[in-house]
Design a protein around this ligand. Structure first.
Ligand SMILES: Cc1cc2nc3c(=O)[nH]c(=O)nc-3n(C[C@H](O)[C@H](O)[C@H](O)COP(=O)(O)OP(=O)(O)OC[C@H]3O[C@@H](n4cnc5c(N)ncnc54)[C@H](O)[C@@H]3O)c2cc1C
Length: 481
């Protein structure tokens, strides 16, 4: 590291900012170039008429990873980024009229009363799920995700759990949960991955185990506080940030990174570069193909991409009558894949988030926010999305929502896959970069085949998610040198 005095960073999301803070603390001259008009990327927020909407991430699961990352950056997470627990977590309505409500931790209610399975028996089953999977969660948060990936380490620390890791979320829930309504409500928690439970590797069950372990939070002030806190730290350590500064080329000279070409800034020399945009973008758009190894090109060409999404966000002038932060109307588990299929008209099924249940101040007084990701055609490329098409999906979704709640819409924000691709710079509009079903081998290493160039971000280990994206930035910064 002693010979690295200056580092240019592509992208001001949480991974690029984490890398920047770590390096700036070590006395390296760091410059962050962000293509957009603000920092935060997929963890930003946008305020419209007093409503604070998430640009991507809507909640923090497993803040212990953020705690470790912040600690490595010299930040006291509890002091600079207070988190509010999501206590009224989820209400799910099933086709037979059953309602499953998760409050904090294992506090679950199933209505109507008098069914074969009630809250008490459900709680026993949930305790068994927690007892089985909590050690895996602890292994991930304490050992695996907070260190650069090492297969020997994974085998050494995790061999006891390996037999558990075969199969799918659906098979595991079938085995462990007797009540079909409870099973569907649990499976619905993993739908954010864009995959049905029967195709979801069982390790992703940790997402819902985090819920049962009471580890869902919102940062005070909204998700955008996370990049804001990092940017403040970077400023204190003398780091430079340029907004509306798109990197068009990573410059390579004599077989080593030499700097960046940035729109509006020209060519800037750096001893090293960290690219936090996806590895696919780095390789196909920012590097001259002559500098990329054949193996790296192949990996990019065959990268299993995550799904694309359409985001519909509503600012309501009244309080929506939703009891929980996460709301859903879902079919039973064996039909849950129907929720991921686009519908021609108003969707039959719906999952939506009401962040103002946890944090009313995200809306003006007396108002509320609803955020939805209706199912869309995954065969349509991001470029195929017109405003007209996106608004038609939004209209149909609102029609279904309006049957469930009285809506007084003050602000309507619709963002199609084209927006995620062109404005948020997510490769092909794939919101998580790589598919959550892909294993660690699909992720890209922090060191690249170009000396002096490292990669951070959600296509590198340990992948997507706020805490893990922060860790990837830290690993990339440590890999420089
Ligand atoms: C819709 C959505 C919902 C999500 N929900 C959750 C959630 O609830 N909880 C959770 O933990 N995680 C969630 N995630 C994942 C999480 O938000 C991301 O994994 C994380 O924010 C990624 O951070 P990053 O810095 O790696 O990438 P990004 O946030 O994508 O940041 C990369 C930055 O680089 C910039 N950039 C790209 N190309 C260039 C260029 N050529 N020049 C300059 N700048 C460039 C981009 O504009 C962007 O700001 C969600 C993601 C999305 C998209």
């Amino acid at each position: 590291m002693t010979h690295i005095r200056s580092v240019g960073i592509v992208g001001g999301g949480v991974s690029g900012l984490a890398a920047a803070v770590l390096l700036a603390r070590k006395g390296v001259a760091v410059t962050v170039y962000e293509a957009g008009p603000k920092l935060g990327g997929s963890c930003g927020t946008t305020e419209i008429d007093g409503y604070v909407f998430s640009d991507g991430a809507v909640y923090v699961a497993l803040p212990e990873i953020i705690d470790i990352a912040f600690d490595r950056l010299g930040l006291d997470r509890r002091a600079v980024l207070p988190l509010r627990p999501i206590t009224a977590v989820q209400t799910t309505r099933l086709p037979d009229g059953t309602t499953v409500t998760f409050n904090r931790g294992l506090d679950v209610r199933i209505a109507p009363a008098g069914r074969a399975s009630d809250g008490a028996s459900a709680r026993q089953e949930l305790e068994a799920v927690l007892a089985k999977w909590r050690p895996v969660l602890a292994l991930l948060t304490d050992e695996i995700l907070v260190r650069p990936f090492s297969l020997p380490r994974l085998l050494w620390k995790g061999w006891r759990h390996l037999p558990k890791l075969r199969g799918t979320v659906a098979a595991e829930l079938d085995r462990m949960i007797g009540d079909p309504a409870l099973r569907a409500a649990l499976a619905a928690v993993t739908l954010y991955t864009g995959l049905p439970p029967e195709r979801m590797p069982v390790v992703q069950i940790v997402g819902l185990v985090a819920m049962l372990a009471d580890r869902f939070f919102l940062p005070e002030g909204g998700m955008g506080r996370i990049p804001a806190v990092l940017a403040e730290a970077l400023g204190r350590h003398g780091g430079e940030v340029h907004l509306d500064a798109r990197v068009s080329r990573i410059l390579v000279e004599h077989g080593r990174v030499a700097g960046l070409e940035v729109e509006g800034h020209g060519r800037r020399a750096f001893d090293a570069v960290i690219s936090s945009t996806s590895a696919m973008t780095t390789v196909t758009r920012l590097l001259d193909p002559a500098h990329v190894s054949a193996g790296h090109c192949r990996k990019v060409a065959t990268a299993p991409l995550s799904h694309r999404a359409l985001s519909l966000q509503l600012g309501l002038s009244g309080i929506i009558d939703a009891p929980s932060h996460f709301m859903s109307r879902v079919p039973f588990m064996d039909e849950l894949q129907r929720m991921l299929r686009p519908s021609d008209g108003p969707p039959e099924w719906l999952a939506y988030t009401v962040p103002t249940v946890t944090m009313p101040e995200l809306a003006p007084p007396g108002g509320s926010i609803v955020e939805l990701y209706p199912a869309i055609d995954q065969n349509l490329s991001a470029d195929g999305w017109t405003d007209e098409r996106a608004n038609a999906v939004a209209d149909a979704t609102i029609e279904t929502l309006a049957r469930l709640h009285h809506l007084t819409i003050a602000v309507r924000r619709v963002r199609s896959p084209r927006h995620f691709q062109d404005r948020m710079n997510l490769y092909a509009g794939a919101i998580y970069g790589l598919s959550p079903a892909a294993d660690a081998r699909a992720q890209f290493p922090h060191r690249t085949s170009v000396p002096g160039l490292c990669q951070a971000g959600q296509t590198t280990y340990p992948g997507y998610g706020i805490g893990t994206a922060l860790m990837s930035g830290i690993f990339a910064a440590e890999a420089i040198g």
